[in-house]
Structures are given as structure tokens and as C-alpha cells.
Design a binder for this molecule. Structure first.
Ligand SMILES: C[S@@+](CC[C@H](N)C(=O)[O-])C[C@H]1O[C@@H](n2cnc3c(N)ncnc32)[C@H](O)[C@@H]1O
Ligand code: SF4
Length: 458
């Protein structure tokens, strides 16, 4: 047993996932004093080095019943074309505000199903990005793909457009699982597809799996993960299925098949964790795994791991994130803003040359410092007070005064074997990694003061 069950009972509380700090459900609370144009312009002076771009495609032709993503089910090609026109307008409008001295180091296409677009539509947008931004010499260009719609020819087109990382949503190899969740089967077997992407394109392959779906059990999931090992992806994510039928109504229909219990689900996770780590993969965060020579594993070793809404990245690759499309969240150093989730509102706003942002949150100095604290814990499994203070050009005492952590909370984590004290702060132990969200939350004054709802920590 990897995770001690008594600790689980004690720590399985509702705490943020910390994909951003402050967490996204705080965004609507604060009236912004500044507009989008000013915030974009100001971002040229905050950590200007890198630019990360995120493109959101909110369309899928068929609904996977477990889906928790921001997407609309449609096959209406005209509507999608209108959306892409709006997206192009947004790209040009944002680029006009940014300094041409800054370079794009990362592009991420997510969804929905970006690979449901025509390959030529994706190529068009990549061309527009290249015309409007200056790209670094070796940027990471990634795309999330549903393998049900991938052909060799389509992959060739994506490679030609510059994509060098493919995140393939496999979820499970078992056909009874895929059928129960209404997900189409891969058009090309995942092993062949991965080999092709790596050999033909010298591109990286990430595979997404989920645990907690109908018809998954310990034996079948062990088989699934062993099959993953045979493929040797560069990275693997095992997402814990978030069942929230009050929010995502279609999920309700999965209940008729029976869902694994909380305890079974935990065992699926433990099995995956054990098999991956015993076979040379390095765990990144809770549920990501990377090959030992992957840049994420190296960054973790050097305490240089970072994360944004698109996932883990190195501090070298990622920059402030400028996000395009419905529901997309821009993560600037001094502000976050999220676009409208409504496709038609998005199209209409951009037709009129208006910003599609509907929530803006300006990040003050105290929150920026806390963000560094939380990120250090969540990504690098440690906290070095002095490094955070130096990075924020302030004193260790100031950093400590912003943090809400109490001596007795740290003592409690220490007594449970979750942290160790180091000369410069704390380090999270192997046992503590599973409770990392609880540890981070102890340092977070916003969460301690709020009555907002978060998902359980495990
Ligand atoms: C935003 S989706 C985009 C990729 C693409 N649409 C696909 O399904 O292959 C990224 C990943 O989120 C995960 N996911 C979707 N719904 C989820 C849920 N309810 N709980 C946990 N993970 C989920 C899936 O593993 C999926 O591959
Ligand atoms: S393809 Fe991806 S985004 Fe679309 S419904 Fe399925 S899981 Fe959701």
C-alpha cells in the first residue's frame, strides 16, 4: 500500500489544485482597476523573456460521457469557421500590444478536440502566429489530440506546421471502457501512432489516461499501464476521473454501469504509480510521469519545475501565458483574465473589435510572493524561503509574514512524516507527495479565509 489509509482519512479535505495562484475560482471576486489593453502592455515589462501561447478549440463531434472540459458538441463546419475568424482577430489584437523583442517559447493547442479541425485550418493559424509573433529558435509546439480522428496524413500536416509534442488522449485501451463512456476507438493503434510520430517527426509523445471509469479494475488497469510501458511515451498523465454530475449532467449516465469506489480508485492510482516508477519514470506532481532524461525530470532535480494551466513546464520553456479562444485563461505576471465561455458571444465581441475577456483578476505583490511559495511546494516538493525572497526582491521575513502557515501545522506534517525541515525551509517527503495540496494550502491565507468549494485533495 503506497498511501497510508489513516493519513488519507486525516488529510482528504477540500483544497485547491493550485494550477494557478490565486486559484481560478477567486477570479470573479475582484473588480479590476485596469483594462485588458493596459494589462497586456504592462506585461511587456514583467518578466518579459518568454511568451507562451494557448489556443483553445471548444468543439468536439461527439461527447465522451465523462468529459469535464470546456467544449461544445457540434459538426457545424460554418460555425467553426466563424470561430476561427474570431480567433484570428484576437491573435492580431493581442500581438499588437506585445513587444516584438519578446520571443515565443511555447505554443499549446487544447480543447475540445483541436484535431477535429481541418489540418489546413490549423496550418493557417500557425502561419498567422508566426507572422504576428517572433518565435524562439526551438519553441515547444504541442497539441492535444483525440486519436479517433488522427490519420497518418493528418499527423504529417501537423508535423509540417511545426508541432513537436503530441498529447494523445487514450484514457484506456479497453474497448468496454471506451464504449461505456461513448468514446470512439483510436483510428490508428496507439503503439503504431506513437512510433510514427516519434520516427517520422522526431516529435515527443505524451499519453493521457484516466482512472475511475466504469469497467476499470485493478487487474485491467495494471494491464493497461504495462501496455503504456511497452510504448515508452515521453510523458504519461493518469487523470483521476472527476465525477461532478451536478455540474456536468452527462456524467450521471455513467452511474448505471457502476463506478469504481473511492478505495478501488485509489488502488488503480497506486498500481499505476508503482509500475511507472519501478520502470524508470519520474513522478512529476501527483499524476504526471516523465522519462528520467525528459526535461521535466531534469528540471525537478534542479528545482526549476514550473506549471501553468496547460500543465508542467520548465522555467526556461514557459513564460507569461497569452490565451486565445473561449474560456481561455491568460496568466500574466500581474493579472489573470478569462475569456467568455460562450462561442457566439466570443464571435460577436471579436467581430466588433472588443476584448472577449469576462473575468479579470489583478495580482498584488503579496499574492505574487505567495504564488512563488505555493509553486515551489507544488512543483519542486520543497520550499526555500531565501530563494523565493531573492526571486521577489524582498526579505525572508516579508515572505514569511505573508504566508499563513503556523508552527503547529508544520509540526503536524513533520510528525506524520510528510515533510522534513531543511536548513533553508522544508522538503516534502516521498510519503508527503500525496498530500502536497494540503501542505501548500497550509501556507495560503486566501484558502484559510474563504468558504469557497474545492475538490478533495486526493
Ligand atoms: C481537455 S481534454 C482534451 C483532449 C481531447 N479532447 C481528448 O479527449 O483526447 C484533456 C484530458 O482531460 C482528461 N479529462 C477529461 N474529462 C475529465 C474528467 N472529468 N476528469 C478527469 N480528467 C478528465 C482526459 O484525460 C483528456 O485527455
Ligand atoms: S474529445 Fe475530449 S474534450 Fe471532447 S468530449 Fe471527449 S474528453 Fe471532452
Amino acid at each position: 500500500m503506497l498511501i497510508q489509509r489513516d493519513l488519507l482519512e486525516k488529510y482528504n479535505k477540500a483544497v485547491p489544485r493550485y494550477t494557478s495562484y490565486p486559484p481560478a475560482n477567486f477570479f470573479s471576486d475582484k473588480e479590476a482597476d485596469t483594462g485588458v489593453t493596459e494589462l497586456l502592455q504592462a506585461s511587456n515589462n514583467d518578466r518579459p523573456e518568454n511568451i507562451s501561447l494557448y489556443i483553445h478549440i471548444p468543439f468536439c463531434p461527439q461527447l465522451c460521457l465523462y468529459c469535464g472540459c470546456n467544449t461544445t458538441i457540434t459538426v457545424n463546419k460554418n460555425w467553426m469557421a466563424d470561430y476561427l475568424e474570431a480567433l484570428k482577430n484576437e491573435i492580431v489584437m493581442v500581438a499588437a500590444q506585445l513587444s516584438q523583442k519578446r520571443k515565443v517559447t511555447q505554443v499549446h493547442w487544447g480543447g475540445g478536440t483541436p484535431n477535429y479541425l481541418e489540418a489546413s485550418q490549423i496550418q493557417d493559424i500557425m502561419k498567422l502566429l508566426n507572422e504576428n509573433f517572433v518565435f524562439d529558435k526551438d519553441p515547444e509546439i504541442a497539441i492535444e489530440c483525440n486519436p479517433a480522428y488522427l490519420t497518418y496524413n493528418y499527423v504529417d500536416n501537423l508535423l509540417e506546421a511545426g508541432f513537436n509534442r503530441f498529447s494523445i488522449g487514450v484514457q484506456d485501451f479497453k474497448e468496454d471502457v471506451l464504449d461505456a463512456v461513448n468514446r470512439g476507438r483510436p483510428n490508428i493503434p496507439i503503439q503504431e501512432l506513437s512510433d510514427y510520430i516519434r520516427k517520422k517527426g522526431k516529435a515527443a509523445v505524451n499519453l493521457d489516461f484516466m482512472y475511475g471509469l466504469p469497467y476499470q479494475d485493478e487487474a485491467s488497469y495494471r494491464e493497461t499501464i504495462k501496455q503504456v510501458l511497452a510504448i515508452q511515451p515521453d510523458r504519461l498523465v493518469t487523470f483521476s476521473y472527476a465525477h461532478v454530475p451536478w455540474f456536468k449532467k452527462a456524467q450521471k449516465s455513467l452511474e448505471k454501469h457502476g463506478l469504481p469506489s473511492a478505495d478501488e480508485k485509489l488502488r488503480l492510482f497506486e498500481n499505476a504509480f508503482q509500475i511507472m516508477t519501478e520502470n524508470g519514470y519520474v513522478p512529476i506532481g501527483l499524476d504526471h510521469f516523465a522519462k528520467a532524461d525528459d526535461e521535466l525530470s531534469i528540471a525537478l532535480k534542479n528545482n526549476r519545475l514550473h506549471r501553468n494551466f496547460q500543465g508542467y513546464a520548465t522555467r526556461e520553456t514557459t513564460g507569461q501565458v497569452y490565451a486565445f479562444g473561449t474560456s481561455a485563461i491568460s496568466q500574466l505576471d500581474s493579472a489573470y483574465f478569462q475569456n467568455t465561455k460562450e462561442v457566439n458571444t466570443y464571435i460577436n465581441r471579436l467581430k466588433e473589435g472588443q476584448w472577449p475577456a469576462e473575468k479579470i483578476y489583478e495580482v498584488n505583490f503579496e499574492e505574487k510572493v505567495l504564488r512563488e511559495v505555493i509553486n515551489d511546494i507544488m512543483c519542486n516538493r520543497r520550499l526555500n524561503w531565501k530563494e523565493v525572497a531573492d526571486r521577489m526582491d524582498t526579505s525572508v521575513d516579508t515572505v514569511k509574514s505573508f504566508s499563513a502557515v503556523k508552527e503547529e501545522e508544520l509540526e503536524g506534517f513533520f510528525a506524520d512524516g510528510l515533510i522534513e525541515y531543511s536548513e533553508k525551509g522544508i522538503t516534502v517527503t516521498d510519503k508527503g507527495r500525496f498530500f502536497i495540496r494540503n501542505i501548500a494550502a497550509a501556507f495560503d491565507p486566501l484558502v484559510k479565509e474563504t468558504d469557497k468549494k474545492f475538490s478533495k485533495s486526493i
